[in-house]
Every structure is written in structure tokens, then in C-alpha cells.
Design a protein around this ligand. Sequence first.
Ligand code: UN1
Length: 512
Amino acid sequence: MTDTTTTFPTTAEITADVLRALKATGVDPDAVAGDTEVRTPITGDVIFRVRTSTRDDIDTAVATAAEAFTTWRDIPAPVRGQLVKRWGQLLTEHKEDLGALVTAEVGKVTSEALGEVQEMIDITDLAVGQSRQLYGKTMPSERPGHRLAETWHPLGVVGVISAFNFPVAVYSWNTALALICGNSVVWKPAEATPLTALATDALLARAAEDVGAPAGLHHVVISDRTGGEQLVNDTRVALVSATGSVRMGREIAPQIAARFGRALLELGGNNGAVVTASADLDLALRGIVFSAAGTAGQRCTTLRRLIVHADVADHLVPRIVDAYGTLTIGAPTNDGVLVGPLIDRQSFENQQAALAQAQQEGGEVLYGGDRVLIDDAPDAYYVQPAVVQMPEQSDVVQAETFAPILYVLTYQTLEEAIALHNAVPQGLSSAIFTNDQAEAETFLSAGGSDCGIVNVNIGTSGAEIGGAFGGEKETGGGRESGSDSWKTYMRQATNTINFSGELPLAQGVKFL
Ligand code: UN1
């Protein structure tokens, strides 16, 4: 339903709040002003004009980062952790400022915007601890008086290309770990979110100053795709960590491979949840609605495919439709609103095209899909999240449409459900709702879900930072955030140390 209880913010009010948040985080708006329009999806209007980086600016950023790396790599990792610790403190202090910028540029509802900043704070905590745990193994040597070990060293300059939908959290996953591992970072944020990026970088700059970190360790470059391409093709950028579409991944992966650079790709998701006949449907309902309609369907972990047992579909699906009817759609700054705007008109058009295609392929729209026109904001794109019953797997279900559409498919056997679930090209996140341990374990097993994230009795979105985040198949195979993702930002060296005074050769080889 449309939010009619509160007044809609004006573009002038949003702009004033953005300027306030920029200043509070240490960004001088005049110093970053330029010609490129920044719009808020809340009203669709321009809130700022930002200066974009030139080719030379980006070249200088990489050169300076490469130079800073040569100092930073020799600073002990736990001391490097102090930079990230200070950054985390500043992020905590400025949680609301950054949250306001996320809401203004992305249109996330306040609670989700603050959640995104919390995710940044969480990863800084993890990275500080990790800075004392860059473990290498020691292995027994086959030769007497020898020791085998491994050491982990930083890579150099890490290029981070981030997407609009998580404008700062995913960047922070990369940067917090890259920095404690001894790398420097050049960041190309999404075109839609330069201001959130500038504020985040300003807080990192302050942290660097406070702890006396070397200058030039981190840079943000404001650019369109050409800036990203420049980082991708710069041989000084040792690792490119890129979040975006499969199409982008297909373009950049071969370019990075051609120069033997490293890539960490987090591309599309087309996430599914299986609901079995044994599931707690109350719990499933809440998990499904948050994952499918939350963030207006614009998470890479958004639930897009519901695979429900035929025996419970008639109990569950009407309840999802009813719950969708209660979701308040409107200005993300207003209390009680759960569904904010889509990022732009193109997203809306993509949603409409997918719904039309779904209907051509035999789908029936059970709920939503209409634009919610707001009188005060004719250039903003608010939509009702849609639920579409599909007769079977079809082309539209195979594609990720970055808007809130939940396709519903039914099944009879768990084997059939798993086959349906895995029959898409993407492999990011997945879930099963069940109270049957054997069903859960089957979904978690090697022959179960083929995704990088496999959940039980929880939706597909909203992962914690402690686990590794990423996916298989067209999702690109990268892993970010927790667990041992830190290794992606380092290179491994194997050491054989001989203290025997002899020179026995391995494998019993005799020579000289
Ligand atoms: C993304 O959409 O790119 O698991 C990241 C989640 C969030 C991160 C999403 N913690 O939904």
C-alpha cells in the first residue's frame, strides 16, 4: 500500500540533508563539486553536481597507491589493523550521516541503510582481529633438519569496483581486509553513489591521519564505466574486485586474465528458496517477504524464485500475496515505509518487460507490478513488488531482473525441487524452509543447492559478515567478507628452510 500517512520529502530537503551529512563526515561539498548530475531516486531529481576524475587523476591515484604500498606492506599487520580499528570507530560515530547518504542516493529505507553501515562496522571489527591471524601453515619436511612453511604477503594495489545497491558495505568488505593484509586500494564506486563514497573515503582519510598511516593508501575515483575499465587494464592493479552484472563480468574477466591479474567477481544472483511440505509456514512467510520485497528487490541476494511443494502452495502463496498488500511503499525516509523506490526509470522498465515476458510464457501475476505514482515525485519510480505464478521453468525465470519480482513454481519431490532450483545460470544464494532434517541435509549436501550461500529456515538475503560471501557459476566464483576470504588479498609463498648443514635433495634425488 502507498504511504499516505506522512508528507513526502522535497528535493530541497533531501539536498540539505545530503550537504549536512557530507560536511559532518569531512567532505567539503565545494571541493568535490563539478558537472556530473547526482540524482536521488526518492524524487528522481538532481541533488548535487559532482566532479568526475579524469584519466590522469585515475592514473595518479594508482601510481600513488602503488607507492604507498611499498611502505604499508612492511608495517606489521596488527599495526595496520589500528587504521581499520580507527575507521570502524569513525563509521560508528557517523553511522547516521552515512545512512542518510545511502538513503538519499540509493533509496534504501532508513533501517536498511543503517544496516548497511552496521555491516561496514562489523567488517572492520572482523578485520582488526584478522590482522593478528594471517596464518600460514608449517608442514613436516621429508628431509632431516628442514622445515617447510608458508607465508602470506600483500598483493599491491587492489581496485574495487562497487555496485549501487550496496554502495559502501561491499567496498568495506574489500577495503578492511585489503588494508590489514598490507595492500592499498583504489575504489571506483557506482555512478549513482558518488557522495556516499566520498563520505566513506573521507572517514578513512581521517582514520589514516589519526593513526599516521602513509599518504596515498586509499583513493576514490568518480567515473563512469571508463574509470572501471582503466583499473581493469592497469597492470599495477594486482587484484580487481568487482561487483555488478554478469554482462560486466563477461567483459572484464578476460581482460584481467589476459594480463594475468587477479579477479574477485561478485556478479548476478537469481536466488531461489525451496519450501517443503514440512516447513513452518509462518516463519517461511516472513523470511520470503523480507528477502523478496526488501530493498525493493535490489539486492544481489534478493529472493527471485520460490519453489514450493504442491501440497502447501495453496496455504502459503495467498498469504504472501496478503503480506505484500500490507507493505508500505513510499519515501524511504518515512517511518513505517518498507519499500522505497527503484534506482531509476531503467529498472522500472526492466521490471515491466520481465512481467510482460512472464505473462507471455504462461505466468499469472498474482500481485503487484504496478507503478506507484507519487504526485510530488513524478520522476521517481516506485513499484508494487510482484508475485507471479509460473506454470514451469521458462526463460524469464532464468534471468536476474534487478527489481522486485518473485516467481512461484511448484514441485512434488525434493529431487525435482533441487533440479528446478539449480537450473539457472547463476549461483549466489539459496534457502530451504523445512522442519525435516533429512530434507535440510540433502539441500546442504554436494548434490543439493549449487550456490555459494545455502541457508536453512532463513531467507536468501541478509548474510552476516562472518561467513564468506559469493557464488558459483555466472555469479563469478569470488569470495569476500569473512572466513578465509582474506587470502584473496594476499599471495602465498612456500618456504623450505634447511638448517641441517647438509644438502639432501627431495624425492631421494642424487646430484653432485
Ligand atoms: C549485495 O547485494 O551485493 O546478504 C550484497 C546480504 C547483504 C549483502 C548483499 N549482507 O543481503
